[in-house]
Design a protein around this ligand. Structure first.
Ligand SMILES: [Zn+2]
Length: 317
């Protein structure tokens, strides 16, 4: 996920400014906007006076977790959860019951040996915490032969159905390269879900180029949060093979979750936190206070991810 990650990344000024942009967004433009309903457009719950009612929380299933590596690599701006056990304990504190994990070791890998080692770690954690965590495979397409083999191995050996989060800026590479196309083709062939971190232009390219892939785009917003957030949501709304996760910037802007559900529909918005970088409790709080129906809330917090995984052939442990 963009600059929320704790490691050095290429210095592109446009990606570094956005934290502040929303603060100066013209309010009139927001209120004047008439969203175009997407194919799944649905009514939301009506705003009501008074406190948010106390309700039994739906089970939270997190589509976006970066787990620490055995070699001590953690994605956190200031490290407070160093080990996998501490990572799990924090999820317990926030109420995340299940999640899809990928390894920081893979994210930072500069060789096939490293991303393979990271995926093995993830497979071991998924086995040790069966029913709680699902492993995701992360590969570097710049080593395309090893990457394609590794995807197949993870699918067949470990039953992994998720590739990513792929973050091209950590490697770095462009999504327009031939190797990435081969990676996507492999994911389609293996019926795996692709989870790809993108800026808006990259998202547009990927959607246009790969209509057969099942793609999760993390983050409502990107490096130009206010300028792109509506466009990103509208793109997912218009493409039924695409999903959006709530992590990172955007979900905390009041109304954006409602806009996403209204335009995309309630079935393709996934709960994602991007922990260990961001706190899952902030996302849970917004989902719980949002003007959504109980059924929409249940779907976002976990039901949609279960349905997506089932489509990819995942069977609950
Ligand atoms: Zn992330």
């Amino acid at each position: 996920m963009s600059l929320f990650h704790s490691h050095p990344r290429p210095k592109k000024s446009s990606r570094r400014k956005f934290v502040f942009l929303g603060m100066f967004a013209p309010i009139a433009r927001v209120s004047a906007r008439k969203p175009e309903p997407g194919p799944g457009a649905v009514p939301l719950a009506q705003p009501q006076k008074g406190r948010t009612p106390v309700r039994k929380r739906a089970r939270v299933f997190d589509a976006h977790l970066h787990c620490p590596s055995e070699n001590g690599q953690v994605w956190q701006w200031h490290t407070v959860t160093k080990t996998f056990e501490e990572f799990v304990a924090y999820l317990d504190r926030t109420g995340v019951e299940r999640g899809i994990i990928n390894s920081v070791r893979c994210q930072l890998a500069k060789s096939p040996q490293e991303f393979i080692a990271g995926n093995r770690e993830v497979a071991r954690y998924a086995e040790r915490y069966k029913g709680r965590f699902l492993g995701a495979c992360v590969v570097n397409p710049m080593f395309i032969d090893e990457a394609l083999r590794e995807m197949e191995y993870c699918r067949k050996q470990y039953g992994m159905v998720w590739v990513g989060e792929l973050c091209n800026y950590t490697v770095p590479y462009e999504y327009t390269v031939k190797e990435f196309e081969l990676l996507v083709e492999q994911a389609v062939k293996l019926n795996m879900v692709l989870d790809v971190h993108t800026e808006l232009e990259e998202m547009e390219f990927i959607i246009r180029k790969f209509p057969k892939a099942t793609i999760v785009f993390p983050h409502f917003g990107d490096g130009n949060e206010y300028g792109h957030i509506f466009k990103r949501i509208d793109l997912v709304a218009a493409n039924p093979n695409c999903y959006l996760d709530t992590s990172g910037y955007g979900h905390d802007r009041v109304g954006m979750l409602e806009y996403a559900v209204k335009s995309i529909g309630p079935d393709r918005v996934l709960f994602g936190s991007d922990f260990s970088i961001n706190c899952p409790a902030t996302v849970i709080a917004r989902v719980e206070h949002a003007f959504l129906t109980e059924e929409q809330r249940r779907k976002i917090l976990g039901g949609n991810l279960e349905a997506l995984l089932a489509k990819a052939g995942w069977k609950e442990a």
